[in-house]
Write a protein that binds this ligand. Structure first.
Ligand SMILES: Cc1ncc(COP(=O)(O)O)c(C=O)c1O
Length: 386
């Protein structure tokens, strides 16, 4: 029967992140700096709101795009924080940012279309693009501070370009695009008939500059599909709540795909999201303060080991350069796991441009980071001697 599976699905691989995490199963005591999972609990007031929703029998379907009051709150939230201008009718509450990515791409792409993506990159986009019969066209950002530039766009542009993905702050590199850098992209994009898929799921976690959304630039709202959510900012990965913002003439088409896909997002989680959006606008701040301390700690430890890493302006990852050790990123990560029981993700999981790097997540307690850095130091000492 397997031969009847459609070839595009057949050819999709399990993400390199998952593959490596599966390898970790043989090392149950390993210190893991692998997943994009905040190590904080969901704030108590949000959990209370969900309990209340259950007691009040908020257990039926909601309207397909989500409850109006939650959509209103989701619009207000980004409008206030990032100087945007969305109304309630321009929001869909989705099943995490993941579903928002899926329904956006499936709404806009057809066979033969091309999507420009800065790489190394989160591996969640390409499989959806491939399933649509479209093609991911990667911009190698390893020499531009992991930032997409106009130069990349000029080089990779074709008449088939249907969409540009802007995933900033970036997983896995932590790179952010500053206002002046976005301005240059906007100048190039403003006259092009193209969608911009802005995945800003890490927007609340920026350390050195406030987040700037591409949708806030004049003329960009109409071509931008903006994605955000609560997974990272409010440590709500398991609640599966994301937000998709687009102008109504685009949103109404995305809504059809969303409707036939999931009907609506979980209603109890929607009420929890309402609480997060209205009463928890500052919830990310204490977490961010802690991440910032850890970021500086890991960076200084890496520096002492002679490992070069760009300072991440956002998210909670450090993408460290291991090229001087002359090993593939997978061999390096396997060695570190097997010899020192520390797990980090090989850069190759984020595309071929990620080869020669490792991704360390600092969404882990300081004590664990301390142990992991000591062990990494021992591993480095060993491979540089032998
Ligand atoms: C860049 C990026 N986009 C989207 C997602 C998916 O987010 P969610 O858990 O809300 O589906 C992730 C999760 O790691 C991510 O790193």
């Amino acid at each position: 029967m397997e031969s009847l599976i459609q070839p595009r699905v057949h050819n999709i691989q399990l993400s390199g992140i998952r593959q490596f995490v599966n390898e970790m199963a043989a090392f149950p005591k390993a210190v893991s700096l692998t997943l994009g999972q905040p190590d904080f609990d969901t704030p108590a007031h949000i959990k209370e709101a969900a309990k209340k929703a259950i007691d009040q029998n908020v257990t039926t379907y909601s309207p397909n795009p989500g409850y109006p009051h939650v959509r209103e709150a989701a619009a207000e939230y980004v409008n206030k924080k990032y100087n945007l201008h969305y109304s309630q009718d321009e929001v869909i509450i989705t099943v995490g940012a993941s579903e928002a990515i899926d329904v956006s791409l499936r709404t806009i792409l057809e066979s033969g279309d091309e999507v420009i993506i800065p790489a190394p990159v989160y591996p969640g986009y390409e499989p959806v693009i491939t399933l649509c019969g479209a093609k991911a066209v990667y911009a190698d950002t390893t020499t531009t501070g992991f930032k997409l530039t106009v130069h990349h766009l000029e080089e990779l542009w074709s008449e088939k370009t249907k969409c540009v993905i802007l995933p900033y702050p970036s997983n896995p590199t932590g790179a952010v695009l500053l206002k002046k850098e976005l301005e240059q992209l906007v100048q190039f994009l403003e006259n092009k008939k193209v969608f911009v898929l802005a995945d800003e799921i890490y927007s609340e976690l920026t350390y050195d500059a406030v987040h700037c959304s591409i949708a806030s630039f004049k003329g960009m709202k109409e071509k931008t599909i903006l994605i955000n959510g609560l997974s990272k900012s409010h440590s709500m990965t398991g609640w599966r709540i994301g937000f998709l913002y687009a102008q109504s003439n685009i949103l109404k088409h995305i809504l059809k795909v969303h409707q036939y896909n999931v009907t609506c997002a979980n209603t109890i989680a929607q009420e929890a999201a309402f609480e997060a959006l209205t009463e928890g606008a500052m919830d990310a701040f204490p977490m961010k303060k802690e991440y910032d301390k850890r970021r500086n700690y890991v960076l200084s430890r890496l520096q002492n080991m002679g490992i070069e890493a760009q300072v991440p302006g956002g998210a909670f990852y450090i993408f460290a350069n291991i090229k001087p050790f002359g090993m593939s990123s997978l061999a390096f990560c396997r060695g570190l796991l097997q010899e020192q029981e520390v797990a980090v993700i090989p850069g190759s999981a984020f595309g071929e441009e990620g080869e020669g790097y490792i991704r360390l997540s600092f969404a882990a307690h300081m004590d664990l980071l301390n142990i992991a850095m000591d062990r990494l130091q021992q591993f480095i000492d060993k491979i540089t001697v032998s």
